[in-house]
Write a protein that binds this ligand. Sequence first.
Ligand code: PLP
Length: 390
Amino acid sequence: MITKKLKASTLGLHAAIHRTGELEHSQAIFQTSSFIFRSAEDAAAVFAGKKSGNIYSRFTNPTVQAFERRLAILEGGESCIATASGMAAILTTCLVLLKQGDHLLASRTLFGTTISLFNTVLTKFGVEVSYADPCDLADWRAKLRPNTRLLFLETPTNPLGEIADIAGLAKIARGADAKLAVDNCFLTSALQKPMELGADLVVHSATKYLDGQGRCIGGAIVSDRKIGEQLFGFMRSGGPSMSPFNAWVFLKGLETMSLRMKAHCAHAQQVAEWLAKHPRVKRVYYAGLKSHPQHRLAKRQARGFGGIVSFELKGGQAAAFRLINRVELFSITANLGDARSTITHPSTTTHNRMGAEARKVAGIGDGLVRLSVGLEDPGDLIADLKQALG
Ligand SMILES: *Cc1c(COP(=O)(O)O)cnc(C)c1O
């Protein structure tokens, strides 16, 4: 029934439905740790891989598999592995694709915990890590080493919304016999499909827009079948698995994702345009603004600019704290991608651990505020920002 011709919004609702004999309309949750076998012979055949069947929810659970299949279809990949968190997805990707002595070349502007993971965990196992400017292909080319096996990036970046050229980086990776992994958390497959642009893997924090309502922690890795089998092998023995309940919540999230992402984009655009004209605002970082240095690249490689808007206030940290403490509709939380708008001060929270010097290089100032623009009426959000800035 499901064909390639169906659009993303339809696939989000209809792809990979697993219906039981009870004929439930909403999908069932298989909330069980293990599965039984009809006979000893059956158990032996399933364990030997001669017969398909569920064994144990660390690596085979129908609810988790339904989520994995639906996300694989949406991202245009052959395989998907769901993980306990976005960080587990990134760790799994690195442990499967890299070994001692290999080099990981990553964008220097990444989710803060991703940088901590690379610098403190991977290096402990003898993986070399270095960083390149996400927007400068020549810098990536110059930083390749003979042992580079993985390129890793996010686009748009957090919190400054810089845009990396996915197709250009895919070419560089291919030429170096390395894989390209893209963290597609900020735009999701509803707006950007890195694998169509040549990326080998897409990683997700499902915690953000895949859920869309801030309820569960989860992650996923989409890839081709061959890498998928290696990832599955690690899932089975390493165990960074997603729980069936969380998979069910994320399946529900995927049902509305296309529609939500469209609304997030439209609301963020209005908020960004309004902020850009405000006298207390020094600069707005949002790829949907024509003044954004990579506006055209963003338009070419994605179908929207997403819901994250950052801006630098005149008056540094004091002005940023004043705004954050005065808004009423924006929750003060480091999370993003929720239906409800959130507000964050990156330099003292999400990007604090990277240190002042690195923040300066990355351009994350003390007056910087990051908004995750939600599904509230955008006029209400603007009125709230107006009273808080006034
Ligand atoms: C939140 C986030 C992660 C980490 O995901 P968790 O689900 O919190 O582990 C990774 N990358 C990006 C871009 C994120 O925003």
